[in-house]
Design a protein around this ligand. Sequence first.
Ligand code: ZN
Length: 318
Amino acid sequence: MKKLVFAVLLTTSFVMLAVWQRHFLLFELPGSSAPPPLLDVVEESGSSYWYDDYFLVDQIDSQTFAIGEPRYYQQNFSYLILGTESAILFDAGPGLRDIRPVTNSLTDLPITFIPSHFHYDHIGNTITFENVAVIDLPYLRRRAESNSLKLTWAEHLGSSEGIAAPTLEIDEWLPINSSLDLGERVLQVLYTPGHTEDSVSLLDTKSGMIFSGDFIYPGALYAFLPTSNMGDYLVGAETLLENAKFDAELYGAHRSSAPGLPLLATEDVLDLRAALIAIKNRELEGSGIFPRMYKVNERLDILAEPSWLQNWVPDSKD
Ligand SMILES: [Zn+2]
């Protein structure tokens, strides 16, 4: 009998341990207080130039610039997208340095800042932008009194690097699938949740170029964070595929190795969708305990919770 009680207790503790993994993350993350030291400068590609000793600029075409932070350990890339009348800055990095002098050196047009999502390494944190536009989701609107949106810990996660969650002053709410007319250039706002419930991608309707934030980039995709959802990830992949040209270029928000931009193609989104469906059907084996790593292709992996903790019911976002 004692043996049975011991066995039950042991099993229960293992189950509890697994269930509380996500909460360990909550305790773990606030433990750090500063970003790691800057990485050394490495040889970058010939198409790019250093703005200073921190920001790297790469001109994708005459009206599109990638602004990299390759010395920040997460190797962020933000994008300045110009029309003839206005410009969009998609993401702003962690705010270790102010990105605005870089964007101002590249255009005189009025710039609207759109975060791909609210994680601390994308919103610039202490940097104040003149115009801020975010995805129009009912639960965000409800929270945003007088258009001031105080980000939650789970949305922001900045405590991992000692960065407090800021309040965003929102000038414009972007309905899902709405169009942004920059003058002779139109961007469509695609809702691509999965990595977080507030993630968007931008589609350049003419060139087919897609800016995909943390939804998809070369490397390991994080699908196990506090507002991640595997069902949403599949919905987001479907949305990208409905809108992506067969040979679209997708520019992500992080690169996993130097040099070059975090560039992917439509076939990577096809592979992502196939992998998600295979994970859902328990046909693709992962490795590791938490998070589990699932190989998508040579360029992509998905980091997810173990299968029995994965949530495949898309969130309603009401
Ligand atoms: Zn993120």
